[in-house]
Design a protein around this ligand. Structure first.
Ligand code: SAH
Ligand code: SF4
Length: 446
């Protein structure tokens, strides 16, 4: 979501005549988009601000701004604590960014905008910003969250759920596709309830997006196990562009921890959803988030989390140590788990997940898969993209003509969570210098 928000902010500023400058030393305006989901990410922001102070001392006209959830949460305190900061704004101020930066630059004022959308409407509109269209793009379709899981800061920093109208979202998807995008990932903190309070729903949006010519793949994040209805699960069986992959965080396998987290489902209800999903789409790749060391989590509770990890065999799991967040209910929960125990549990969960992933990935060697090539990797050695299951695949003999195209790839190597392979439509020729040759344009797919 923050990648998307950053893209939107740079797009909005570009439409007002600013240019993107990635070198912090050269930029006139430096905006740091932030996350406050865990304590650690907030510390990183504060230490980065400290590191940047010499740049402000050298050039007092350089503008520094904090955007995103840390801005929203800390607001005025941040301006008071960091004298070289000129702008602090929250996620709901993104559409006003041009005016806010303008006020700092033209009037020399320090600016704070942490205002939420104050009305009680269930819908909102967002100006379309489709300035660059990568092969795979994110698109926010709603904001906020109404759930209030007891550990989570999102409802406080991003407000209540509001959805964009389907017509507006579809129009953005079309604009992206016209510019070359082939895969769209719809974003929302609690995306299954998209359209809540209106006559529209996520299932309807997906059906309409499926009709868009030129769009090849649809994904969405993040689902909540309680809100993932039968209609949405069934779509994995019959909507052709919907990728066979779903991120469905379960956070903990223990019913008592789930209750204390206010997640509103039990382990067996979660596993039932997994069964339904596999019923509709046997090949579906499932991923999840877990939190270890929630207050009161016993060894027996944690074993239940390991049990779910072992049973479901996810294709990817994001694993976090519980981090108390100010203002959330869990902050006042007693029986905190010692840091060393959290570390040990995280280590155990990671070891289990990695061994499952390793086995899964090695089983793919020799198989063929379709990869939407997104870019040349940073080292310039291979091309990178994802297969329909969301696995990252590095392709050695692809060429620039393949970027934005879906190509058939034979998997030849599995290295940890990375898959490597060769484009089957081009020779695997090795040049004299040892590098692989790229396919000619005529060998690129249509
Ligand atoms: N809306 C999504 C994602 C929320 S944040 C959802 O409901 O799943 C992404 C992940 O961060 C969560 O799934 C959770 O695993 C983790 N997380 C959120 N708050 C946390 C906290 N206080 N400590 C540790 N992990 C947290
Ligand atoms: Fe946070 Fe997700 Fe729970 Fe909403 S559903 S409160 S975003 S963890």
């Amino acid at each position: 979501m923050n990648v998307y928000d950053s893209d939107r902010m740079s797009g909005l500023l570009e439409s007002q005549g600013y240019q993107l400058e990635k070198d912090i030393r050269k930029a006139d305006v430096v905006l740091i988009n932030t996350c406050s989901i865990r304590d650690k990410s907030e510390h990183k922001v504060l230490s980065l601000l400290g590191e940047l102070r010499p740049l402000k001392q050298k050039n007092p006209n350089k503008v520094f701004g904090i955007t995103g959830c840390v801005g929203q949460r800390m607001g005025r305190t941040l301006l008071q604590r960091v004298p070289h900061l000129d702008l602090v704004m929250g996620p709901d101020a993104i559409d006003r960014i041009g005016g806010l930066v303008g006020t700092v630059l033209n009037e020399g004022k320090r600016v704070l905008d942490v205002n939420f959308d104050a009305d009680r409407k269930k819908t909102y509109s967002q100006p379309s910003v489709v300035h660059r269209a990568k092969p795979s793009e994110f698109l926010t379709i709603m904001k906020g969250c109404d759930h209030f899981c007891t550990y989570c800061i999102v409802p406080f920093t991003r407000g209540r759920e509001k959805s964009r109208p389907i017509a507006e979202v579809i129009s953005d998807v079309r604009s992206f596709v016209e510019k070359g995008t082939r895969e769209i990932t719809f974003l929302g903190q609690n995306i299954n309830t998209y359209g809540k309070g209106t006559s529209e729903s996520l299932a309807q949006l997906i059906e309409q997006a499926d009709q868009i010519e030129g769009l090849e793949r649809i994904r969405y994040v993040t689902s909540h196990p309680r809100d993932l209805g039968e209609d949405l699960m069934a779509q994995f069986g019959h909507v052709s562009k919907l990728c066979p992959a779903l991120h469905l965080p379960f956070q903990s396998g223990s019913d008592s921890v789930l209750k204390a987290m206010s997640r509103l489902y039990t382990q067996s209800q979660y596993l039932e959803k997994i069964e339904r999903l596999r019923h509709y789409c046997p090949e579906i790749a499932l991923s999840a988030d877990i939190i270890v060391g929630f207050p009161g989590e016993t060894d027996a509770d944690f074993k239940e989390t390991l049990k779910v990890l072992a049973e479901v065999e996810f294709a990817g799991v994001f694993m976090f140590k519980y981090s108390p967040r100010p203002g959330t209910r869990a902050v006042s929960y007693e029986d905190e788990v010692p840091e060393s125990v959290k570390d040990e549990r995280l280590y155990q969960a990671q070891a289990l997940v990695h061994s499952i992933l390793d086995r899964q990935n090695r089983a793919l060697i020799g198989s063929k898969t379709h990869v939407l090539i997104e870019s040349l990797d940073k080292k310039g050695k291979c091309f990178t993209g994802r297969n329909p299951h969301g696995k990252i695949v590095h392709v050695f003999n692809a060429g620039m003509a393949c970027v934005g195209k879906t190509i058939e790839v034979e998997i030849t190597e599995a290295n940890g969570s990375n898959l490597r392979g060769f484009y089957v439509g081009a020779p695997r020729t090795i040049r004299e210098d040892g590098s692989l040759s790229s396919p000619s344009v005529s060998q690129a797919p249509n």
